[in-house]
Design a protein around this ligand. Structure first.
Ligand code: F6P
Ligand code: MN
Length: 283
Protein backbone atom coordinates (compact mmCIF):
# COMPACT_ATOMS: atom_id res chain seq x y z
CA UNK A 1 0.00 0.00 0.00
CA UNK A 2 2.61 2.54 1.01
CA UNK A 3 4.63 1.76 -2.18
CA UNK A 4 1.62 2.72 -4.25
CA UNK A 5 1.21 5.95 -2.30
CA UNK A 6 4.87 6.82 -2.90
CA UNK A 7 4.39 6.07 -6.64
CA UNK A 8 1.38 8.35 -6.74
CA UNK A 9 3.12 11.24 -4.97
CA UNK A 10 6.03 11.02 -7.44
CA UNK A 11 3.65 10.79 -10.40
CA UNK A 12 1.47 13.74 -9.28
CA UNK A 13 4.47 16.00 -8.62
CA UNK A 14 6.11 15.00 -11.93
CA UNK A 15 2.85 15.74 -13.77
CA UNK A 16 2.76 19.18 -12.20
CA UNK A 17 6.37 19.99 -13.10
CA UNK A 18 5.94 21.25 -16.70
CA UNK A 19 3.07 23.48 -15.52
CA UNK A 20 5.17 24.89 -12.67
CA UNK A 21 8.11 25.52 -14.99
CA UNK A 22 6.04 27.43 -17.55
CA UNK A 23 4.12 29.30 -14.83
CA UNK A 24 7.21 30.94 -13.32
CA UNK A 25 7.45 33.59 -16.03
CA UNK A 26 4.56 35.73 -14.78
CA UNK A 27 5.12 35.22 -11.05
CA UNK A 28 8.48 36.81 -10.41
CA UNK A 29 7.46 39.64 -8.06
CA UNK A 30 7.86 39.50 -4.28
CA UNK A 31 4.50 39.49 -2.48
CA UNK A 32 5.65 41.53 0.53
CA UNK A 33 5.26 38.66 2.99
CA UNK A 34 7.72 36.33 4.65
CA UNK A 35 7.55 32.57 5.08
CA UNK A 36 7.91 30.85 8.50
CA UNK A 37 11.72 31.03 8.10
CA UNK A 38 11.60 34.84 7.58
CA UNK A 39 12.46 34.62 3.89
CA UNK A 40 10.83 36.96 1.37
CA UNK A 41 8.14 35.11 -0.60
CA UNK A 42 7.76 35.49 -4.32
CA UNK A 43 4.41 35.10 -6.08
CA UNK A 44 5.83 31.87 -7.55
CA UNK A 45 6.48 30.44 -4.05
CA UNK A 46 2.89 31.02 -2.95
CA UNK A 47 1.42 29.71 -6.20
CA UNK A 48 3.61 26.58 -6.40
CA UNK A 49 2.81 25.77 -2.78
CA UNK A 50 -0.96 25.97 -3.37
CA UNK A 51 -0.70 23.95 -6.57
CA UNK A 52 1.32 21.09 -5.04
CA UNK A 53 -0.73 21.14 -1.83
CA UNK A 54 -3.95 20.56 -3.72
CA UNK A 55 -2.42 17.64 -5.68
CA UNK A 56 -0.72 15.96 -2.71
CA UNK A 57 -3.43 16.29 -0.06
CA UNK A 58 -5.97 14.70 -2.42
CA UNK A 59 -3.97 11.45 -2.63
CA UNK A 60 -5.49 8.56 -0.66
CA UNK A 61 -2.91 7.32 1.81
CA UNK A 62 -1.33 10.73 2.50
CA UNK A 63 -2.10 11.64 6.11
CA UNK A 64 -0.12 14.84 6.62
CA UNK A 65 1.20 17.64 4.44
CA UNK A 66 3.88 20.08 5.58
CA UNK A 67 5.45 22.85 3.51
CA UNK A 68 8.40 25.16 3.98
CA UNK A 69 5.97 27.96 3.07
CA UNK A 70 3.37 27.18 5.77
CA UNK A 71 3.40 27.55 9.54
CA UNK A 72 1.19 24.56 10.31
CA UNK A 73 1.00 20.93 9.29
CA UNK A 74 -2.18 20.02 7.36
CA UNK A 75 -3.92 16.85 8.50
CA UNK A 76 -5.50 15.17 5.46
CA UNK A 77 -6.38 11.65 6.57
CA UNK A 78 -4.61 8.43 7.42
CA UNK A 79 -1.24 7.53 6.03
CA UNK A 80 2.22 8.80 5.10
CA UNK A 81 3.49 12.31 5.79
CA UNK A 82 4.67 14.42 2.87
CA UNK A 83 7.02 17.40 3.32
CA UNK A 84 7.77 19.81 0.47
CA UNK A 85 9.95 22.76 -0.43
CA UNK A 86 7.75 23.88 -3.35
CA UNK A 87 10.35 26.14 -5.00
CA UNK A 88 13.82 25.65 -3.69
CA UNK A 89 16.23 28.42 -4.70
CA UNK A 90 13.47 30.85 -5.66
CA UNK A 91 15.87 33.79 -5.22
CA UNK A 92 17.42 32.45 -8.45
CA UNK A 93 14.22 33.16 -10.42
CA UNK A 94 14.87 36.87 -11.19
CA UNK A 95 18.26 35.99 -12.72
CA UNK A 96 16.99 32.84 -14.50
CA UNK A 97 19.25 30.46 -12.61
CA UNK A 98 18.29 27.00 -11.40
CA UNK A 99 15.33 26.28 -9.14
CA UNK A 100 13.65 23.04 -8.13
CA UNK A 101 11.08 21.30 -5.95
CA UNK A 102 12.09 19.00 -3.08
CA UNK A 103 9.66 16.38 -1.76
CA UNK A 104 10.08 13.69 0.86
CA UNK A 105 7.82 11.07 2.37
CA UNK A 106 7.97 10.03 6.03
CA UNK A 107 6.37 6.95 7.54
CA UNK A 108 5.67 8.87 10.77
CA UNK A 109 3.78 11.91 12.07
CA UNK A 110 5.70 15.18 11.67
CA UNK A 111 7.98 16.52 12.98
CA UNK A 112 10.25 13.45 13.07
CA UNK A 113 13.81 12.50 12.22
CA UNK A 114 15.05 11.52 8.76
CA UNK A 115 15.33 7.92 9.90
CA UNK A 116 11.59 7.71 9.15
CA UNK A 117 11.97 8.58 5.46
CA UNK A 118 10.74 6.05 2.91
CA UNK A 119 11.51 8.11 -0.20
CA UNK A 120 12.83 11.51 -1.27
CA UNK A 121 13.03 13.19 -4.66
CA UNK A 122 13.60 16.52 -6.32
CA UNK A 123 12.54 18.14 -9.56
CA UNK A 124 15.09 20.28 -11.35
CA UNK A 125 13.73 22.94 -13.72
CA UNK A 126 16.89 23.13 -15.82
CA UNK A 127 17.58 22.87 -19.55
CA UNK A 128 15.64 19.61 -19.07
CA UNK A 129 13.03 19.05 -16.41
CA UNK A 130 14.14 16.01 -14.41
CA UNK A 131 13.10 14.11 -11.32
CA UNK A 132 15.74 12.38 -9.20
CA UNK A 133 14.29 9.74 -6.90
CA UNK A 134 15.79 7.87 -3.94
CA UNK A 135 13.94 4.85 -2.60
CA UNK A 136 14.91 1.36 -1.49
CA UNK A 137 18.59 2.25 -1.48
CA UNK A 138 18.78 3.33 -5.13
CA UNK A 139 18.88 6.73 -6.84
CA UNK A 140 17.54 7.15 -10.39
CA UNK A 141 17.13 10.26 -12.49
CA UNK A 142 14.35 10.56 -15.07
CA UNK A 143 13.65 13.18 -17.73
CA UNK A 144 10.05 14.40 -17.57
CA UNK A 145 8.43 14.81 -20.95
CA UNK A 146 4.96 16.19 -21.48
CA UNK A 147 2.55 13.97 -23.37
CA UNK A 148 -0.98 14.85 -24.56
CA UNK A 149 -3.43 15.74 -21.77
CA UNK A 150 -2.08 16.20 -18.27
CA UNK A 151 0.13 13.13 -18.57
CA UNK A 152 3.89 12.99 -18.55
CA UNK A 153 6.34 10.30 -19.59
CA UNK A 154 9.39 9.59 -17.47
CA UNK A 155 12.54 8.48 -19.31
CA UNK A 156 15.41 6.97 -17.37
CA UNK A 157 18.39 9.31 -17.74
CA UNK A 158 20.78 7.93 -15.08
CA UNK A 159 20.18 4.64 -13.31
CA UNK A 160 21.61 3.76 -9.89
CA UNK A 161 23.64 6.97 -9.44
CA UNK A 162 26.58 6.54 -7.06
CA UNK A 163 28.59 9.32 -5.41
CA UNK A 164 32.11 8.08 -5.91
CA UNK A 165 34.27 10.79 -7.47
CA UNK A 166 36.06 13.56 -5.61
CA UNK A 167 35.79 16.30 -8.18
CA UNK A 168 33.83 19.36 -7.04
CA UNK A 169 32.96 21.23 -3.87
CA UNK A 170 30.59 24.04 -3.00
CA UNK A 171 29.92 25.83 0.28
CA UNK A 172 27.17 28.38 0.87
CA UNK A 173 27.44 31.42 3.12
CA UNK A 174 30.33 33.64 4.05
CA UNK A 175 33.31 31.53 5.09
CA UNK A 176 35.41 34.45 6.32
CA UNK A 177 33.24 34.83 9.44
CA UNK A 178 34.25 31.47 10.85
CA UNK A 179 37.83 30.26 11.01
CA UNK A 180 36.98 26.55 10.95
CA UNK A 181 35.00 26.86 7.72
CA UNK A 182 37.65 29.06 6.14
CA UNK A 183 40.23 26.33 6.84
CA UNK A 184 37.88 23.69 5.49
CA UNK A 185 37.38 25.62 2.29
CA UNK A 186 41.05 26.11 1.63
CA UNK A 187 41.68 22.41 2.21
CA UNK A 188 38.90 21.39 -0.19
CA UNK A 189 40.09 23.96 -2.74
CA UNK A 190 43.51 22.28 -2.88
CA UNK A 191 42.05 19.13 -4.46
CA UNK A 192 38.62 19.94 -5.85
CA UNK A 193 37.06 22.40 -8.26
CA UNK A 194 34.61 25.00 -6.91
CA UNK A 195 31.01 25.01 -8.16
CA UNK A 196 28.29 27.11 -6.49
CA UNK A 197 24.97 28.12 -8.02
CA UNK A 198 22.78 29.35 -5.14
CA UNK A 199 20.04 26.69 -5.18
CA UNK A 200 20.37 23.56 -3.09
CA UNK A 201 18.76 21.39 -5.79
CA UNK A 202 21.19 22.57 -8.46
CA UNK A 203 24.28 22.48 -6.26
CA UNK A 204 23.44 19.09 -4.84
CA UNK A 205 22.57 17.73 -8.28
CA UNK A 206 25.93 18.58 -9.82
CA UNK A 207 27.71 17.12 -6.80
CA UNK A 208 25.63 13.93 -7.19
CA UNK A 209 26.71 13.60 -10.82
CA UNK A 210 30.33 14.76 -10.63
CA UNK A 211 31.19 13.49 -7.14
CA UNK A 212 32.48 15.72 -4.36
CA UNK A 213 30.94 17.51 -1.42
CA UNK A 214 28.39 20.27 -1.00
CA UNK A 215 27.43 22.10 2.16
CA UNK A 216 25.82 25.11 3.77
CA UNK A 217 27.63 25.59 7.10
CA UNK A 218 26.44 27.27 10.25
CA UNK A 219 27.42 30.94 10.13
CA UNK A 220 26.77 34.26 11.81
CA UNK A 221 23.01 34.87 11.84
CA UNK A 222 22.48 31.19 11.02
CA UNK A 223 24.06 29.47 14.02
CA UNK A 224 21.89 26.43 13.31
CA UNK A 225 22.62 26.56 9.61
CA UNK A 226 20.28 27.76 6.87
CA UNK A 227 18.55 24.68 5.53
CA UNK A 228 15.30 23.44 7.04
CA UNK A 229 15.93 19.85 8.08
CA UNK A 230 12.45 18.49 7.35
CA UNK A 231 12.17 19.98 3.85
CA UNK A 232 15.77 20.34 2.65
CA UNK A 233 18.36 18.67 4.91
CA UNK A 234 16.72 15.28 5.35
CA UNK A 235 15.63 14.63 1.76
CA UNK A 236 19.03 15.56 0.32
CA UNK A 237 20.85 13.56 3.01
CA UNK A 238 18.60 10.58 2.25
CA UNK A 239 19.40 10.84 -1.48
CA UNK A 240 23.15 11.20 -0.79
CA UNK A 241 23.19 8.17 1.51
CA UNK A 242 21.10 6.07 -0.91
CA UNK A 243 23.71 6.91 -3.58
CA UNK A 244 26.49 5.48 -1.40
CA UNK A 245 27.57 8.86 -0.07
CA UNK A 246 27.23 10.38 3.39
CA UNK A 247 25.76 13.40 5.16
CA UNK A 248 26.60 15.29 8.32
CA UNK A 249 25.54 18.25 10.40
CA UNK A 250 29.16 18.42 11.57
CA UNK A 251 28.72 15.70 14.18
CA UNK A 252 26.46 12.98 12.85
CA UNK A 253 24.39 11.95 9.85
CA UNK A 254 21.68 14.55 9.21
CA UNK A 255 19.18 11.66 9.24
CA UNK A 256 19.99 10.92 12.91
CA UNK A 257 19.27 14.44 14.13
CA UNK A 258 16.24 14.74 16.40
CA UNK A 259 13.61 17.07 14.96
CA UNK A 260 11.21 18.89 17.34
CA UNK A 261 10.11 21.81 15.24
CA UNK A 262 8.83 21.68 11.66
CA UNK A 263 10.99 24.63 10.57
CA UNK A 264 14.10 23.54 12.48
CA UNK A 265 17.34 24.36 10.70
CA UNK A 266 20.56 22.39 10.35
CA UNK A 267 24.11 22.89 9.15
CA UNK A 268 24.36 20.62 6.12
CA UNK A 269 27.07 18.71 4.28
CA UNK A 270 26.60 15.80 1.88
CA UNK A 271 28.75 13.99 -0.62
CA UNK A 272 31.39 11.37 -1.17
CA UNK A 273 31.99 9.42 2.05
CA UNK A 274 35.67 10.26 2.66
CA UNK A 275 35.11 13.94 1.91
CA UNK A 276 32.22 14.11 4.38
CA UNK A 277 34.47 12.43 6.95
CA UNK A 278 37.13 15.10 6.28
CA UNK A 279 34.49 17.80 6.85
CA UNK A 280 33.58 16.22 10.21
CA UNK A 281 37.23 16.09 11.26
CA UNK A 282 37.51 19.80 10.51
CA UNK A 283 34.50 21.05 12.43
O1 F6P B 1 16.21 27.38 0.41
C1 F6P B 1 17.36 28.04 0.74
C2 F6P B 1 18.22 28.39 -0.44
O2 F6P B 1 17.52 29.09 -1.43
C3 F6P B 1 18.90 27.16 -1.08
O3 F6P B 1 18.24 26.62 -2.18
C4 F6P B 1 20.24 27.70 -1.49
O4 F6P B 1 21.20 26.67 -1.43
C5 F6P B 1 20.51 28.79 -0.48
O5 F6P B 1 19.27 29.18 0.05
C6 F6P B 1 21.21 29.95 -1.11
O6 F6P B 1 21.66 30.79 -0.14
P1 F6P B 1 22.65 32.01 -0.46
O7 F6P B 1 21.80 33.04 -1.17
O8 F6P B 1 23.11 32.47 0.88
O9 F6P B 1 23.76 31.51 -1.35
MN1 MN C 1 14.80 25.77 -0.25
Amino acid sequence: MSDEVVDEVIQKVAEAAPHISSGLMHRREYVGEENPSDEKMMEADVWANEFFKEKITSIDGVGEFASEEEHEITDCGEGLSVAIDPLDGSSNIPTNNLVGTIVCIYDERLPCSGENLVAAFYILYGPLTTVTVAREGQVNEYVIEESPGDDVDLYMASEDIRIEGKNIYGLGGNKAWFDDVEDLESELADDLKLRYGGALVGDFNQMLHHGGVFGYPAKEGYENGKYRILFEGNPMAFIAEAAGGASTNGERSILEVEVDDIHQRTPFYAGQKELVQRVEEHL
